[in-house]
Write a protein that binds this ligand. Structure first.
Ligand code: XMP
Length: 570
């Protein structure tokens, strides 16, 4: 979500994303919503106390990951949550007082780029050992344990990277219960353990690493390999063993529990107050609005701004789902003329984005004013956003302001933020959506950019071009869904280029538009590969577009990956 603003700042065509930017994920379909909400937060809206109590209150338990900066740290947290145990990621300087209320049952020390013998290398805080809770160090985390507990770590002569075969050996441990005697694992480390700390046993080894897994009888373990990545097929079993057999967790982190708990918390927090949310039909705004509605009914009003750049039938579908099926209070604003007016003559992609962002805020604010006194603004912030803004050192709103040039909201509109999803991963949000009865189609929607079709029309956006693109895009979506490919693809859509070419239809020459089709696979939108769609699917898409959309006489398929291209064309 945030990278998008960085793109805008630098002009996407001109600049290379910084390494920092490359860590960010651009997936939100609710971008203007986020802009609005972030800025509202910055201009004085009071922030609720971080929702540390996201864990079901009855039997609270958590595994804490101390983040030493590995690219896989968040993945560890996800894997633990997949075991139905709540997990949070914290930095190594987090004080015990912040962790204790979570009722930690164990710690995981993540990997990281550092070397333990370097000056200022991050170390595990003393409470990790003093608490007597189980500890699992992964890669750098294992080296930290070794270093701090009296073993020896030395620079490896060569970096071990990739697959290795792990052999269980030495002492049996519950950490490896149900793991075969030999199993593939994924290694990625430079430094290696030369000598284990006193009283540690070797639990497993590989050809290159005599100390691939170690442990002592105080339940402190170290793994040289990464159990959290898919290339370690038994990784889940190992993590599951750690959280259940070693830490003794109960496994109460289920989305059903989460919903029950959230309902009570939202009711308590909001009281008799009023909430507004900006509904876009994207997954996050849909789920956040629905969970709040479930908690407080008509005290929430959703404002659904149609900027006129949505796909065919999106408006009806969103409106019907929320108004008719879920019975929610929705203010629907058709502001398409207003947006189109402002986009007249505009061809520069970043100017389009800026105009749409600004105008969205204007419309939203106008509508919010009509509702009268409002206390809370609902926001679909997710856990990766929370982690991202905590580690980036600057607020998303600051980025938006400098990069997006959004003017900000009037100071009088100070709203408290209601962010019931701020401790969830995207896949958890989807589960919550399904449990709340949202249709699969909505919960599994592919990401859709905030500025919508405007950045899929090269050149000026006009009503006529929007109609052409909608018709072509409809065919792409329809055929992709029919071929059962929709969920496998990160995104699939049509682009209306400003190229026209000569064609022939019957006895006539035509001079029609060129439509491009884009379908990509990706995990996080930071990199993407063009999808090798079956030829017959491509053939059907092409045939149908030229037959059903009279203004188009040529269809091409985009076969570039990201990088060097981007997913969107503008
Ligand atoms: P690119 O084109 O940068 O897109 O490879 C990465 C992801 O971000 C989405 N995207 C946007 N989302 N507002 C958004 O809300 C935008 O202006 C925007 N530009 C790109 C894009 O659809 C893809 O998922």
């Amino acid at each position: 979500m945030v990278i998008y603003f960085q793109h805008m700042a630098k002009g996407r065509a001109k600049s290379k994303p910084s390494p920092k930017a490359s860590r960010r994920v651009a997936t939100s379909g609710d971008i203007e919503v986020s802009t609005y909400l972030e800025i509202a937060k910055e201009i004085g809206g009071e922030q609720p106390e971080a929702a540390r109590e996201a864990i079901p209150s009855g039997e609270r338990e958590a595994i804490i990951v101390i983040d030493f900066g590995s690219q896989y740290s968040l993945l560890i947290a996800r894997r633990v949550r997949e075991c139905q145990v709540y997990c949070e990621l914290v930095s190594a300087d987090t004080p015990w007082e912040k962790i204790a209320p979570l009722n930690p049952k164990g710690f995981i020390l993540s990997g990281g780029p550092g070397s333990v013998y370097e000056a200022n290398a991050p170390m595990a805080p003393a409470y990790i050992y003093e608490s007597r809770l189980p500890v699992l160090g992964i890669c750098y985390g294992m080296q930290v344990i070794t270093h701090q507990m009296g073993g020896q770590v030395a620079p490896g002569t060569k970096r071990e990277y990739g697959h290795a075969l792990l052999h269980l050996g030495g002492v049996d441990s519950p950490l490896f219960a149900n793991v075969p005697q030999s199993t593939p694992v994924w290694m990625s480390h430079g430094d290696k353990i030369e000598a284990t700390p006193p009283d540690f046993n070797v639990l497993a080894y590989t050809d290159n690493s005599p100390f691939a897994a170690i442990g002592n009888d105080k339940n402190i373990f170290g793994l040289q390999f990464h159990p959290e990545v898919v290339h370690t097929p038994e990784g889940r079993t190992i993590l599951k063993n750690f959280v259940y057999r070693i830490c003794g967790c109960q496994g109460n982190w289920t989305m059903g529990n989460f919903i029950q708990d959230s309902l009570t918390k939202i009711q308590k927090e909001v009281g008799k107050g009023k909430v507004i949310s900006a509904l876009s039909g994207g997954v996050d705004s849909s789920v956040v609005s629905t969970v709040i509605h479930r908690a407080i009914g008509d005290q929430i009003t959703c404002i659904f701004v149609n900027h006129g750049m949505l796909r065919r039938e999106e408006v009806e579908r969103t409106f019907n789902t929320f108004r008719l099926n879920m019975g929610m209070n929705i203010v629907y604003v058709d502001a398409s003329e207003r947006f189109l007016d402002r986009l007249k003559g505009v061809t520069d992609p970043e100017t389009k984005r800026k105009i749409i962002g600004e105008e969205f805020i204007n419309v939203f604010e106008d509508e919010a004013k009509k509702i009268g006194k409002v206390d809370f603004l609902a926001q679909g912030t997710l856990y990766p956003d929370v982690i991202e803004s905590a580690s980036s050192g600057s607020t998303a709103a600051a980025k938006i302001k400098s990069h997006h040039n959004v003017g900000g909201l009037p100071a009088r509109m100070t709203l408290k933020l209601l962010e019931p999803l701020r401790y969830l991963f995207k896949d958890e949000v989807r589960q919550v959506g399904l449990e709340l009865g949202l249709p699969e189609e909505m919960v599994w929607r592919q990401p859709f950019p905030g500025p919508g079709l405007s950045i899929r029309i090269i050149g000026e956006v006009t009503k006529e071009k929007l109609e052409i693109l909608r018709a072509a895009d409809w065919v792409v979506m329809n055929e992709i869904k029919k071929a059962n490919l929709y969920r496998q693809l990160w995104q699939s859509f049509a682009i209306l280029t400003d190229v026209r070419s000569v064609g022939v239809m019957g006895d006539y020459r035509t001079y029609g538009y060129l439509v491009a089709v884009r379908a990509v696979t990706s995990d996080d939108a930071m990199t993407a590969d063009w999808s090798r769609l079956p030829y017959d699917v491509l053939a059907r898409i092409s045939n149908r577009i030229v037959n059903e959309v009279p203004e188009v006489n040529r269809v091409v398929y985009d076969i570039t990956s990201k990088p060097p291209s981007t997913i969107e064309w503008e």
